[in-house]
Design a protein around this ligand. Structure first.
Ligand SMILES: NCCCN[C@H]1CC[C@H](NCCCN)CC1
Length: 290
């Protein structure tokens, strides 16, 4: 009874609000405050340090796009690493790709995993896939220890740069991702909103251009419950077999990716894949020029 407003210094002067039916969980992990509430119109909602991470109603837009934009851009992905992603949604999407043999995930906060399994079973279903190896720890350290050229794809499903995920937006981390990728390997990272964080995106693009010698792209999706109603992703490839992110070579067919536990794709398709890279002029200037 009442409203939850997402007030943050990361988006000054604005706040998205959701009507609250009932608070289901409140806790404090070693890293952040964790809360789950039942909203009136978006299903259950996961909140970390006052920032909305996902809602049952629109999480598909984020999890499907951050996962299928990279994995549908390379033929035959086999080994995938997820940094963050403790709610399990990205794992659910990665496991739709039958060519994949190994899915490593490194999430720093065990409470996020446990809370997702308890309150968001349709999201945490991703942990049930036998190819998944869960590591609880710091993604920066995990990548430092990863042997060179191990992965076909790395997906960085992080929270925002203020908090535990801060290092995942810095150059040394991107360098360790590039090292862990095979030639022509791809990375997809949570890359904020062009309406709110054009300067952060500018810095990320500049860093990625220095580090990923294949291609560097910014794509976006709409997520009604994220501030500004959208979120973007950096899609980059390392030097090697060229990757054309804008035309999926490995289309995921809606029904063959369907399984009882995962349910069908709700958002991603090949047309929206291509459209995701179309940018408004003010963003194009920054992304294409850096
Ligand atoms: N697997 C779902 C996790 C989602 N990660 C992030 C959670 C915080 C959110 N803030 C949006 C900030 C405005 N761009 C971005 C995605």
């Amino acid at each position: 009874p009442g409203w939850f407003s997402e007030i943050s210094p990361m988006w000054p002067g604005e706040a998205h609000s959701l009507k609250v039916e009932k608070i289901l969980f409140q806790g404090k992990s070693d890293y952040q405050n964790v809360m789950v509430f039942q909203s009136s119109t978006y299903g259950k909602v996961l909140v970390l340090d006052g920032v909305i991470q996902l809602t049952e109603r629109d999480e598909c837009a984020y999890q499907e796009m951050i996962t299928h934009l990279p994995l549908c851009s390379i033929p035959n992905p086999k080994k995938v690493l997820v940094i963050g992603g403790g709610d399990g949604g990205v794992l659910r999407e990665v496991s739709r790709h039958s060519s994949i043999e190994q899915i490593d995930i490194c999430e720093i906060d065990k409470m996020v995993v446990d809370v997702s399994k308890q309150f968001f079973p349709s999201v945490a279903v991703g942990f049930e896939d036998p190819r998944v190896n869960l590591h609880i720890g710091d993604g920066v350290a995990f990548l430092k220890n990863a042997p060179e050229g191990t992965y076909d794809a790395v997906i960085v499903d992080s929270s925002d740069p203020i908090g535990p995920a801060q290092e995942l937006f810095e150059k040394p981390f991107f360098e360790s991702v590039a090292k862990a990728l095979r030639p022509g390997g791809v990375v997809s990272t949570q890359a904020e909103s062009i309406w709110l964080h054009m300067h952060i995106i500018e810095d990320i693009v500049a860093n990625c251009r220095q580090i990923f010698k294949g291609s560097v792209n910014y794509a976006w999706t709409t997520v009604p419950t994220y501030p500004s109603g959208m979120i973007g992703f950096m899609l980059c490839s390392t030097e090697g077999p060229p990757v054309d992110f804008k035309h999926p070579v490995n289309p995921i067919d809606a029904d063959d990716s369907h399984s009882k536990s995962r349910g069908p794709l709700k958002f991603y398709n090949s047309e929206i894949h291509t459209a995701a890279f179309c940018l408004p002029t003010f963003a194009k200037k920054v992304v294409d020029s850096k």
